[in-house]
Design a protein around this ligand. Structure first.
Ligand code: SF4
Ligand code: SF4
Length: 185
């Protein structure tokens, strides 16, 4: 059954002489390359930018570095249920759950919290499945780009990097569904 008209029937016809010597195909490819080179030399339609001085605009729902959100009272929303880790196709998330004590009521919203929460940024494919799976609106991807590091261990982000700072809240409203926005209140 054909679902779209995008598929092409592959032909196994014999190559013509022109096709078998590849020269027309090479010239065609070089024509495209030269047209881009000319555009670049004369400054029209430049395909490159001077990164990092210049940065391309990113859409508001860009999927970059994660944030673990705090609630309005500054308590961590994550309850260490593990659903994000189960949903993660790259198996990039690990965590350790702990019970909240009476004295920790102002730190953690739920009775259970993640004493350790780690995301391996080298494994992550920024698919956003973790934020979709989270029942507590605790994890979101943001428009921040993951920094360059010099060793593999530094790409394992712990709570020190993931939990948002109370005095530097991160607005994720652009990525939230109406239901998630209600849950944040
Ligand atoms: S964005 Fe995707 S790959 Fe990355 S941690 Fe979340 S679920 Fe895993
Ligand atoms: S971030 Fe959300 S889904 Fe992941 S463990 Fe915490 S509450 Fe559960």
């Amino acid at each position: 059954m054909k679902l779209t008209n995008r598929s092409k029937v592959v032909s196994d016809k014999k190559m013509t002489f022109g096709e078998s010597i590849y020269i027309p195909a090479i010239l065609k490819g070089m024509k495209i390359t030269m047209s881009h080179a000319v555009k670049t030399v004369f400054g029209k339609g430049l395909a490159t930018i001077s990164y990092p001085e210049e940065v391309r605009p990113r859409v508001k729902i860009w999927r970059g570095e994660h944030v673990l959100k705090l609630d309005n009272e500054g308590r961590e929303r994550c309850t260490a249920c593990g659903l994000c880790a189960v949903a993660c196709p790259a198996e990039a998330i690990t965590m350790t759950a702990a019970e909240r004590t009476k004295e920790e009521k102002d730190l953690y919203r739920e009775e259970k919290y993640a004493s350790v929460y780690e995301i391996n940024m080298l494994r992550c494919i920024f698919c956003g499945m973790c934020e979709e799976a989270c029942p507590k609106s605790a994890i979101y991807l943001t428009d921040r780009i993951v920094n360059v590091e010099e060793n593999r261990g530094s790409f394992i982000y712990g709570k020190d990097k993931l939990v948002e700072k109370i005095n530097a809240r991160i607005d994720v409203s652009e990525r939230q569904s109406e239901l998630q926005k209600k849950m944040m209140k």
